[in-house]
Design a protein around this ligand. Sequence first.
Ligand SMILES: [Mn+2]
Length: 326
Amino acid sequence: MREKIFKEQIEEAKTIAICSHVSPDGDALGSSLGLGLCLEAMGKEVIYIKNDDYPKNFMFLKQKELLKDQAPRPVDLFIVTDVAAESRIGDGLEFFKLAKNSLCIDHHRTNSGFCKHNIIDPDASSTCQLVSELLVENKMDIPKDAATMLYLGMVTDTNRFLYESTESKTLRLAAHLIDQGAEKQLIHNSLYESTNKDYLLLEGEVLSQTKYICGNKISISTLSLDQLEKYKLSQAETDPLVSVLKSIEGVEVSCLIKENAEDFQKVSLRSKEDIDVSKIALEFGGGGHIRASGFPLEGLNRQEAMEIMTERLEKLCDGKGNIISK
Ligand SMILES: [Mn+2]
């Protein structure tokens, strides 16, 4: 059914604008550029909408050249990939309003389906997996450069196929992308064998200031703008930190509060088992996945955010150092 919707919407459109979320990550870039390249190969006119600065850690990809600032204009179809809510469309919003038709392809559990047509699969480990599946089911060609982008999102959203969300299907689709020429070694070497040493130093600093509650089962830390400045890193480069806090022995839930301005914090949550952190994110007006979610906290400084998050996360605890799943 969903593969039919995908095919029909694409077949009907001549001009297609494609966009992902603000502060793009590997899955956002991979799904939008990967799908766009497949659509171009089908003879569609594709407009790629740039959102925010291109993340430094993905500079090694030549496909980044496709992203440009675009003057809004009406198109037949507006596609958003990996975007959980309309508020995350960013610079694509004008295109969305002007477009005749819209299609949302996403894997965020909290997605309410804000487009005319919505293909949402919370069980897909990445939007790139979902896009690849839709392409394969429709026997559509995946050119080499598209395969590389789709592979990128699959690798990053599953943390190298380590997360529980990785299914046998994920690996079969990844294998298919490699068969189409996905540059897997370029991705592996550029992302996982090239860690910035300043990032590692910052990681140590954040770890050393981490607070543990609930019998060390919950880790909470903060990252200040001063620290980013000190180590000359961008916000995007510090994305792995919250997972590092989760990877600690015994930790079930991790929380990182990132200062974006003195009175504006961004909170990221991760969990290993039992705890659905997307519920907490929803309470605060954010969203995401069961094991990875986030939300902004406006009007609070870092210290206040730390207090609020400590208080909220303590509710996950039975008071005797055990996590109670709810
Ligand atoms: Mn994703």
